[in-house]
Design a protein around this ligand. Structure first.
Ligand code: DSN
Length: 452
């Protein structure tokens, strides 16, 4: 008999097919990405790295990789195929983001970030990063994290208009002289001024780090600036959000690449190797080569011209959805969006708690997440806002008509939810949610999820 897990996977497929994924950090991967992830590569141990020796022949990357027998820095035998797969992932990632080096081994974005801190900072060193409550990320120094116990994080925030408070960032940088200045957010809808931050960092000799997890796909698709083009030394990202790859992390860097077997001097030029040593053996053991293979497949997909169209459409859809929501009385943080993400103040718009509204939307098959707003007085688990975005629905091929329809449903659900004082009370309005659920299902089924 098949394990119960497979029954649950089938149910999850139905949930994904019949609902709409509006969480801005989620996406639907291709069949090829899924296949690579579910492959026999999971059987292999590969601690260490493939060779980083230059491949100079005038042939395609794929041909050169297949033909070249390179030495490696591995602690296990049997790497003949694994080395080529990992090298392919590295080369494609470098090409995609114009980086001098890529480390494709981080198991997650959190691991990627911690590996950079560990590569460059001594315990107690200062890191300047956006406050979680203003749209930053947990791994950028939230007090509950391990990183916050090792390094001293100095938080900067956003202005009343919702943009980065660059003046505060500069003042703090000059006063505190952090070792790292970190740009990159998980609830921020504007394009950061990388040039301005780079100039601030250069004044104090800080490592310039950008966590581009949310917008990596937009950068790859050419619709968002790339921090590495503006003097940033390091860019971390997850591979599963707008980039549409498997769940995992990635670190891109500028500098000189050398053997990971010798510890180089701690200079900005040596950042690629310092990071390699920090990922393995510094913070992780065996790499997940099945996931690295899926990353290679996803990077290959992102290098194709169609991906540029996809990235542009994500932003176009987000702008349309934001405009449609505003027209229906939703108050948006920052007044709209410049990327894939929208942050809505549902408390100010409809007197709703974000969690109640999230649960209500769940009932009709629209999935997003409750999210704190800058300076939110409500509790973190019951914040005043919700966060949504368009990467996943754009993968399904949706456009302006569907954005308008989604905004209409969101307004209807908001008005029903206003009658409920709590999540539990939402059940009393089941009959009102039902027809909306049917409409969502009907539309969702017209836009297949790739691979299901
Ligand atoms: N949890 C991710 C997000 O949803 O933004 C960030 O890691």
């Amino acid at each position: 008999m098949k394990d119960l897990v497979f029954d649950l996977i089938e149910r999850e497929k139905v949930r994904q097919k019949e609902g709409l994924e509006l969480i801005p950090s989620e996406n639907y991967v291709s069949k090829e990405v899924l296949e690579a992830m579910g492959s026999v590569l999971t059987n292999k141990y590969s601690e260490g790295y493939p060779s980083f020796d230059e491949l100079t022949a005038e042939r395609s990357l794929e041909e050169r990789i297949l033909d070249t027998e390179l030495p490696n820095y591995r602690y296990y035998g049997g790497q003949v195929n694994i080395d080529k797969i990992e090298r392919l992932a590295i080369e494609r990632a470098m090409r995609l983001f114009r980086a001098d080096h890529a480390n494709v081994q981080p198991h997650s974005g959190a691991n990627a970030n911690e590996a950079v801190y560990y590569a460059w900072c001594e315990p107690g060193d200062k890191i300047l990063a956006m406050n979680l409550a203003h749209g930053g990320h947990l791994t950028h120094g939230a007090p509950v994290t391990r990183s916050a116990h090792i390094w001293k994080f100095i938080p900067y925030g956003v202005t009343a208009e919702g943009d980065i408070d660059y003046d505060e960032l500069e003042r703090l940088a000059l006063e505190e002289k952090p070792k790292i200045i970190l740009v990159g957010y998980s609830a921020f809808m504007k394009i950061p001024d990388f040039e301005r931050v780079a100039k601030i960092g250069q004044k104090i000799g800080a490592l310039l780090m950008a966590d581009m997890a949310h917008v990596a796909g937009l950068i790859a698709g050419g619709v968002h600036p790339n921090p590495l083009d503006f003097g940033f030394h390091v860019m971390t990202t997850t591979t599963h959000k707008t980039l549409r790859g498997p769940r995992g992390g990635l670190i891109l860097s500028k500098g000189k690449v050398s053997s990971p077997l010798r510890k180089p001097e701690k200079t900005l030029e040596n950042i690629p190797t310092l990071i390699d040593r920090s990922v393995f053996p510094g913070t992780q053991g065996g790499p997940l080569e099945h996931v690295i293979a899926a990353k290679a497949v996803a990077f290959g997909e992102a290098l194709r011209p169609e991906f540029r169209e996809y990235a542009a459409k994500i932003v176009e859809n987000a702008k349309t959805l934001a405009a449609e929501l505003k027209e229906r009385g939703f108050i948006l943080q920052g007044g709209g969006t410049e990327n894939h993400l929208i942050l809505v103040n549902v408390e100010a718009s409809f007197g709703l708690n974000g969690k109640v509204y999230e649960k209500a939307l769940d009932k009709v098959g629209l999935t997003l997440n409750a999210n704190a707003l800058p300076g939110d007085k409500a509790a973190a688990f019951r914040p005043s806002g919700v966060r949504l975005g368009t990467p996943a629905i754009t993968t399904r091929g949706m456009g302006a008509t569907e954005m308008k329809q989604i905004a209409e449903w969101m307004e209807k659900v908001a008005k029903i939810s206003q009658k409920a004082a709590s999540e539990e009370e939402l059940d009393e309005f089941a009959e009102e949610f039902k027809p909306i659920r049917e409409e969502v299902r009907e539309m969702a089924l017209k836009f297949p999820v790739p691979s299901i």
